[in-house]
Design a protein around this ligand. Sequence first.
Ligand code: MRU
Length: 352
Amino acid sequence: MIAETVKWIGGADGVLEMIDQRRLPTEFVTLRVRTVEQLHEAIRTLAVRGAPAIGVAAAYGSVLALQWLKSPASTQDALNHAVRACEYLATSRPTAVNLFWALDRVRSRAKEIASEPQTTPQQLAEAILAEANAICAEDIEMCRQIGENGERFIHDGFGVLTHCNAGALATAGQGTALSVVFDAHKKGRRFEVFADETRPLLQGSRLTAWELQRAGIKVTVICDNMAGFLMKQGKIQAVITGADRIAANGDTANKIGTYSLSVLAKHHGIPFYIAAPSSTFDLSVESGAQIPIEQRNATEVTWIGSTHVAPENVDVCNPAFDVTPAQNITAIITEKRVIENPNEDRIRALLG
Ligand code: MRU
């Protein structure tokens, strides 16, 4: 495993450990999260980020919440406490559906267990921990299967372009888009990855390049505005990214800049793949138009590190995600199978 991005240590009285992704690649530091407030802050400030990783981390939130319950408490008190933690964590970031999917799972399981006669608060905490551990284990397995299902799309001699970070750091396992890359590499295929730096927070240059270097895969960092030029020069044979939310019709929200890449790829006749687990699909939204897009702080754009790179008080637009229409997507690689030319019928057939 390239990185253990989120890891629960111990039993119901344990602690959530995560790699602090704000500090990579210059420092490798882990963070121990002991309260729901710290977890909310870690997600909001991108200490932990990437749709599946956010979901897995948030799943442990209710276990942390119950550690702070004043005893003696009734099981109903404990349940209320756990549910409130889920509601609070759901306000940390709006776009990645994995967050809401994981919190819904934990909340349903907590309600189910609490409704059984004689359940104690301790048993409730243990049941929630078991559910969070299951979500984490499933994510690891889904990542593995995505790699297996997608590696055939990367051939010898390819230039593969990726955007943001959809690797181990974005999941509990070996990533989604990068899982495909890792598996192609394991099969002995020789290719090069171009990592968009991914302004404004540089997940591509800071995180994707770090992961690929550690895995011994040839990686070249480019500024986001260089992709079209490289495509025109014939250096890119496939584009592959992750996803934060996929609507019922296949429209896909991912890191800002993904949409532009899909347009460029279509123009140059280059296949454009999305790699995502089924936890990233949201069949309750019909199209990308209904996916909420996170707007982030202007300072992410006007500052790079400690350097001010724009005039004081200039207006800034900083959407963290955009939506790629299904028509621009060659295929969605999931843990179940690959959906070519995604549309609502094909997606519903896969997910039921
Ligand atoms: O703002 P971030 O860093 O959380 O955005 C992450 C992305 O856009 C990833 O590409 C996406 O979550 C897929 S992760 C497997």
